[in-house]
Design a protein around this ligand. Structure first.
Ligand code: MCA
Ligand code: AMP
Length: 478
């Protein structure tokens, strides 16, 4: 049986722009040519790393790998040395794809490099890979240890994007604008592969700013994707920026995800524009689970209803499903459906632990009301921090801090932050003279990545521990 293509518009290219990054664009025809040619050069490769800068080359690299059926591992171009070493040894890429003028770090020196922009312009189309074949491996933080590689099959990508077509009435006439990073699900799968699967257009801003957003929305963009930090910055400016308010008013759909959108920011945007931002809820492992529908009631503070094909339930502490939809009873969200990942790469233990029978345990705590609307109220553990929409494990940062010669002991927590949702706070017992705060931030940025750096460092004589010597994180607050 033949498998339907992931990107029908690449087989029969419409005469329109497929991708735009700043002033650089590719039509569907050009993208099909460039990605098809690249795919032809990838046959026989096990896995490819993609140096995922916000650029046309990243779009071509990922689409080329998908056409070739070679799993792609997007890499944060600001990644630190420790995290890069982990991803390279865990995913063992046979090649790294980059733009010709990208400078790659030492940690990729042993991986053969292929420039995306080289090579012949045309190639014969390759057969469509099996729907269960791994398409992307996206690294995500957990409560302990180094980030895990989430193996996403083509089936999950296709089904989540098609469920969003239904929920958002997303068509080929839409141009999605955003400035999200391309090494996570939000920016890459929803923000680039989404418009391409619809036969629409993606307009990437390179870097998010309200000015660039205004320009794109006034020049044909119809939908915006962003994390709550971006909507917070919009809410801060929209009152005094008439052009921003005007263009937001004209947008077809404003979508927020990756973390909770504070109702206060939602209300400020509503007051200035009359528009309500649509919230959706997803995870690297599950892709998208719920959304407020474009044609549904917008209930601020909720993440809407389960998407087509997604089964969602709340369970109590004993794992028993909660049947009452009263908007008050809190349970952990478990999901099941074609949107789910296959496994964590090389981590059968972690994969098994993530499931409760066939249900994926999200770790997110929520209520559900009589209309089925889900409201996320918190997380199960304290060791995951969401900052700027990035998921960050406290343990990773603690391990990095401990490697600094000026640190004897370290604990990391998240604190509420108006802009970032949560900010990373490092509690440090110095080894001798207290090290400089900025030096500790740089140290974490260099080993892991800049977005995992502590924004605040607090020095203590000792960390609070109970009689058993166990760290009591909940008693650490500023
Ligand atoms: C600052 N910088 C540093 C240091 N300090 N670099 C090295 N060492 C340092 N000590 C640099 C940063 O790299 C950055 O560079 C610049 O200074 C500003 O840093 P920062 O303040 O951290 O950035 P920001 O502009 O405030 O970032 C806010 C943001 C960002 C734009 C909202 O957090 C962001 O892009 N978030 C998106 C996260 C996301 O997509 N999550 C999806 C995963 P430069 O300016 O050059 O960058 S969740 C997901 O996928 C699930 C499925 C879902 O539901 O969506
Ligand atoms: P990640 O592992 O980076 O994919 O992050 C997934 C997590 O982001 C989820 O488990 C939630 O905790 C959080 N998340 C995503 N979307 C939302 C949302 N709309 N509201 C609240 N939390 C969200």
């Amino acid at each position: 049986m033949s498998v339907p293509p992931l990107f029908p518009s690449l087989s029969a290219p419409p005469a329109k722009t497929a991708v735009r990054f700043g002033e650089r664009t590719l039509t569907y025809d050009q993208l099909a040519g460039a990605a098809g040619a690249l795919a032809g050069r990838l046959t026989g490769v096990g896995r490819v790393a993609v140096w995922a800068t916000p650029s046309l080359e990243t779009a071509v690299a990922v689409v080329g790998a998908l056409l070739a059926g070679v799993p792609a591992v997007p890499i944060n171009p600001k990644i630190g040395e420790r995290e890069l070493a982990h991803i390279v040894s865990d995913s063992e890429p046979g090649l790294v794809l980059a733009a010709g003028d990208d400078e790659l770090p030492q940690g990729l020196a042993d991986v053969p490099r292929m420039d995306v922009d080289d090579g012949p312009a045309t190639a014969d189309p390759l057969p469509e890979p099996d729907a269960e074949a791994p398409a992307l491996i996206v690294y995500t933080s957990g409560t302990t240890g180094a980030p895990k590689g989430v193996v996403l099959p083509r089936r999950a990508i296709a089904s989540t994007l098609d469920a969003l077509e239904d929920a958002w009435q997303w068509t080929s006439d839409d141009t999605v604008v955003h400035g999200l990073p391309l090494f996570h699900v939000h920016g890459l799968i929803l923000g680039v592969l989404g418009p391409l699967r619809r036969g629409g257009t993606v307009w990437h801003l390179g870097k998010f700013s309200t000015g660039a957003l205004t320009a794109a929305l006034s020049d044909g963009a119809t939908m915006m994707f962003g994390v709550p930090t971006m909507y917070h910055r919009i809410a801060d400016e929209v009152d005094s920026d008439a052009a921003l308010a005007e263009t937001l008013r004209g947008a077809r759909l404003l979508v927020s995800g990756s973390a909770a959108l504070p109702v206060h920011d939602q209300e400020r945007i509503h007051a200035a524009t009359g528009r309500r931002v649509v919230e959706r809820y997803g995870m690297s492992e599950t892709l998208m689970n719920t959304s407020v529908r474009a044609d549904g009631e917008r209930k601020p503070g909720t993440v809407g209803v389960p998407l087509r094909g997604v089964e969602l339930r709340l369970v109590d502490e004993s794992g028993t499903p909660i049947e009452t939809w009263d908007g008050e009873t809190v349970g952990e969200i478990e999901v099941r459906g074609p949107n789910l990942f296959t496994e964590y790469l090389n981590r059968p233990d972690a994969t098994a632990e993530a499931f409760h029978d066939s249900w994926f345990r999200t770790g997110d705590m929520a209520t559900r009301d009589g209309d089925g609307y889900v409201k996320i109220v918190g997380r199960k553990g304290t060791d995951i921090i969401k900052s700027g929409g990035y998921k960050i494990g406290a343990g990773e940062i603690e391990n990095a801090l401990i490697e600094h010669p000026g640190v004897a002991e370290a604990a990391v927590t998240g604190e509420p932050d108006d802009d970032l949702g949560e900010r990373i706070v490092a509690w440090v017992v110095p080894a001798g003279a207290a090290p400089d705060e900025a030096e500790l931030a740089d140290h974490v940025a260099r080993l892991l990545t800049p977005h995992k750096r502590p924004r605040v460092v607090r020095f203590l004589d000792r960390l609070p521990r109970n009689d058993m010597g166990k760290l009591m994180k909940r008693s650490l607050h500023g």
